[in-house]
Write a protein that binds this ligand. Structure first.
Ligand code: KG4
Ligand code: ZN
Length: 358
């Protein structure tokens, strides 16, 4: 019997404010992982400026890809394919990665695989734990998304819940700005919260009666902003650490409760987290505790794999590649790409799902 050939994928990510390239073998082994962060550029604006992000991507992308190939010790001839994030994200930012990946695939005559950014975030868990296999429940919480998914198979997701308004990371970013902690907000609130009392304030936890796995963080965000404005107007001292800690607790309580309830209902034995908010100290701890209390296996990516990177795109790209997915050279950026054409919504029990439902 012939030995199974290794599959080596060059992956490119440019959906928001990180330009990244990586070489990943067999979806699990990261041979190189280059990230060029734009945080120092956007910090003076207090958030990502899309126009500037696109320009910075175009400057950084060649160096990132070249660096990823060199660090992995491979040339274009050693690759089996090129994977690239084509959505969701900022259109101008996505176009840089998509355009670059297409040119490379065309010039080197390599197959091209378009990858969904959230498929990438979830797949970071396959790099973290080489034994991880579907099915499992995954909480994806990033700057643009809060999704609770049942991972039925590689790249096949039942959407259990999603955000009705602000994504969890967006709420962190807005609260951070209001507290004067700046951008990027998540890590700043995380740091401040460690010095504060999470029970100092009782902030609301939204419940959505007809879709109990959905999230809503705008009420919580408004409650925090009102408290801050009130304190400022009445000249009260702003207890930044206590507000940060209480806000963080309110977010994390909801994320953990929804996730472990989803594991109970689906019968999944494994829970994972993904996306930038998965880097949050309290979330990582509380989810771990809730899982161990229920005897669930808990997988969480290392911090570098939580926020945007290309290694996760290489992992997701590999599973799409071996499933036969190929993108044409007319691949375009899709800023509002839904979570795959195989997107399904979970309906009550594991046997009942409806293809294509929103
Ligand atoms: O996944 P990601 O890097 O980019 C998107 O796909 O959006 O996520 C970025 C988000 C930002 O909103 C950032 O504030 C949040 O993740 N984040 C955190 C932490 N680190 C990053 N939120 C809470 N605690 C953190 N430690
Ligand atoms: Zn992301």
């Amino acid at each position: 019997m012939s030995e199974k050939k290794d599959i080596t994928i060059l992956a490119i990510e440019s959906s928001c404010d990180e330009t990244a390239a990586a070489v990943v073998r067999n979806g699990r082994h990261v041979m190189s992982d280059i990230i060029s962060s734009q945080v120092p550029v956007h910090v003076k604006y207090g958030g990502v400026v899309p126009e500037i992000a696109s320009r910075k991507h175009i400057e950084a992308i060649t160096g990132c890809v070249d660096g990823a190939l060199k660090e992995a010790g491979v040339t274009l001839k050693d690759l089996d394919g090129v994977a690239v994030t084509y959505g969701p994200g900022l259109v101008g930012a996505l176009l840089v990665g998509v355009g670059f990946a297409k040119s490379l695939a065309f010039a080197a005559d390599l197959p091209l695989v378009g990858v969904h950014h959230i498929d990438g975030h979830i797949s970071a868990n396959y790099i973290e734990d080489e034994t991880l296999k579907p099915p499992f429940v995954c909480l994806v919480a990033s700057g643009g998304h809060s999704n609770l998914v049942y991972v039925r198979d590689y790249g096949v997701y039942d959407i259990l819940g999603q955000t009705r308004d602000d994504a969890a990371g967006e709420a962190f970013d807005k609260v951070s700005r209001a507290l004067g902690l700046g951008y990027p907000g998540g890590p700043a609130v995380d740091r401040a919260a460690r010095e504060g009392d999470p029970d100092a304030y009782e902030f609301p936890r939204a419940k959505i009666p007809d879709a109990s796995y959905d999230f809503s963080f705008s009420g919580l965000k408004s409650a925090v902003l009102n408290l801050i404005n009130h304190a400022k107007m009445s000249g009260e001292e702003l207890r930044v650490a206590n507000i940060a800690a209480s806000f963080e607790k309110a977010v994390v309580d909801v994320l953990v409760e929804h996730t472990v309830r989803a594991a109970d209902e689906t019968g999944a034995k494994i829970v994972s987290i993904a996306g930038g908010v998965a880097a949050n100290t309290r979330l990582r701890e509380c989810m771990g505790k809730a899982c161990s209390e229920r005897g669930l296996k808990y997988v969480h990516p290392s911090l570098r794999l939580c926020t945007d990177n290309a290694a996760m795109i290489g992992a997701a790209g590999y599973y799409r590649f071996i499933a036969g997915a190929r993108s044409g050279l007319d691949l375009n950026a899709e800023p509002n790409l839904p979570l795959g054409d195989r997107e399904r919504r979970f309906h009550g029990n594991m046997g009942k799902t409806r293809e294509g439902a929103q």
